[in-house]
Design a protein around this ligand. Structure first.
Ligand code: HEM
Length: 464
């Protein structure tokens, strides 16, 4: 009798394991979609991390091997990689309502209400409030603020150049971009570049760098993500610190009865929206605070990484740097740089775009279908993640000949017009793209103007 009981228990466990971990792995085989072979529980993790390669490099190899659409597994969950530009256009732009949600494997504690994670009507409501923040006229108003911070940066650069010293430019650019983002988003002028505000830098950095073990465990057991995150003290403290700082600015603004006429930043837009009578426009305080951490998360590291790579590429390509210096001298002469001047510097813009092509900080875009959707002969079922391999596409030899060569001329008008509209996507594409493409360009452009003041960029090797 006892043995019958245990036999039944064991049979039920085997059946449960089979249904939960083996059956889902047949998903792509059934549909005739190629891809790496999965292993129960870990999915295609082994193939996706082969030879210590990053996810972006493995996608390049797999696109080559399996074709423009292939399947892989995150644990037992099937996921598509779509590298076909026409299908990408349908997903990101033409059929956007059917793919408006970003696939999320687990909810990052403290950031559940972040725009990047929100879905359906909640995403639409908050995105509608934030969309008008970075219009051209607002960016023009913010430009003196950007210039102020860049002046500090250039003066620091000049001091080290005079002494013929070398610096780790990436740390300095992080401070610069944090200063500009906090100023434009929260109207808070933090003098990050001149010391102080270490806590702000550390918090912004910690939010971006969640512990990899916590991330891996959260992928495998999404429901336990909040529990795992609690162990990542620096991440949780980072979120808490920024939440607290923003909550106190909101309180101060309400006490002084501030409006959009007093403050023209993103925070004020959200505070004003929180008072809106129509529920489709209003935001709760928790939602406002979550967007603030999101801005740190989405804006700070990406912007400084774009500026750092551009500096690195210029330092390694002296002929491009010389050409740029020439353009800057021609447009600016001895005058102070203005917002309109940036628009006239066509070569500068090409340099920044080529840098973002080679090193896109957002190297994968994520979507999922809101309902099962047929598209270009493929069926994308509701809720199955779709990966769009931006880095791999930016290095596709057929689209970008000699993809590893830094060549800003690729962004000449005729070549841009001849390319597929989805060949280049550093800020994503379609209605769910990045909310802010101007600040990064301004920060990078303005710091790139450093050579105007005779600071010539060079790469130095460091052994210690
Ligand atoms: C070089 C700098 C930056 C790069 C390369 C970048 C790139 C991206 C990419 C690839 C996405 C995903 C788009 C998609 O799925 O189609 C994104 C989303 C987002 N970015 Fe940026 N970003 C940058 C700077 C910024 C800045 C400065 C801010 C804020 C001030 C910002 C705020 C956001 C937000 C809130 C989202 C989520 C949008 C949504 O889901 O509706 N980003 N960004």
């Amino acid at each position: 009798m006892v043995s019958f009981f245990w036999c039944t228990v064991i049979a039920l466990i085997i059946f449960w394991f089979y249904v939960k971990f083996i059956v889902p792995l047949r998903y792509f085989k059934r549909l005739g979609i190629p891809g790496p072979s999965p292993i129960p529980i870990i999915g295609t993790l082994a193939a996706d991390t082969k030879d210590g390669k990053g996810n972006h490099e493995v996608q390049q190899i797999h696109l080559e091997k399996y074709g423009r659409v292939y399947g892989f597994f995150v644990g037992s969950m099937p996921a598509y990689v779509v590298g076909d530009l026409d299908i990408i256009k349908n997903i990101l732009i033409k059929e956007f309502p059917a793919f408006s949600n970003r696939a999320m494997f687990f909810k990052t504690p403290g950031l559940e209400k972040s725009l990047a994670n929100l879905r359906d009507t909640d995403w639409k409501r908050i995105r509608t409030v934030l969309n008008p923040t970075y219009t051209t006229s607002k960016m023009k108003q913010m430009f003196p603020l950007v210039n102020d911070s860049v002046d500090t940066f250039i003066r620091k650069m000049e001091r080290v150049a005079d002494k013929n010293q070398s610096i780790d430019v990436s740390d300095w650019l992080k401070q610069l971009s944090l200063e500009i983002i906090t100023a434009s988003a929260f109207g808070a002028k933090c003098n990050v570049q001149n010391g102080g505000h270490d806590r702000l830098i550390n918090s912004a950095t910690a939010i971006f760098k969640m512990n990899p073990t916590v991330i891996a465990l959260s992928f495998m057991m999404p429901r336990l993500a909040p529990l795992f995150a609690a162990f990542d003290k620096s991440f949780m403290n980072g979120v808490k610190y920024i939440d607290k700082a923003v909550a106190s600015i909101i309180k101060m603004r309400r006490q002084e009865g501030a409006t959009g006429a007093n403050y023209k930043d993103l925070l004020q837009l959200m505070i004003d929206a929180s008072a809106a009578a129509e529920s489709n426009k209003s935001l709760t305080d928790n939602e406002i605070i979550a967007q603030s951490s999101t801005i740190m998360l989405a804006g700070y590291e990406t912007t400084s990484s774009c500026a750092t790579f551009t500096a690195y590429l210029l330092a390694n390509n002296s002929e491009v740097q010389d050409k740029l210096i020439h353009e800057i001298a021609k447009v600016c002469g001895k005058q102070e740089v203005t917002y309109d001047m940036l628009g006239q510097m066509t070569y500068l813009n090409k340099v920044i775009h080529e840098s973002l092509r080679m090193y896109p900080p957002g190297y994968i875009l994520l979507r999922e279908a809101t309902t099962t959707f047929q598209c270009n002969g493929y069926t994308f079922p509701k809720g199955i993640p779709i990966f769009i391999p931006a880095y791999a596409l930016h290095h596709d030899n057929d689209i970008w000949p000699e993809p590893y060569r830094f060549n800003p001329e690729r962004f000449n008008k005729d070549l841009v017009e001849a390319r597929h509209p989805c060949a280049y996507m550093p800020f994503g594409l379609g209605p769910r793209n990045c909310i802010e493409t101007e600040i990064p360009i301004q920060v990078t452009a303005a710091t790139t103007l450093a050579p105007k003041n005779s600071v010539y960029l060079r790469v130095m090797s460091h052994t210690s």
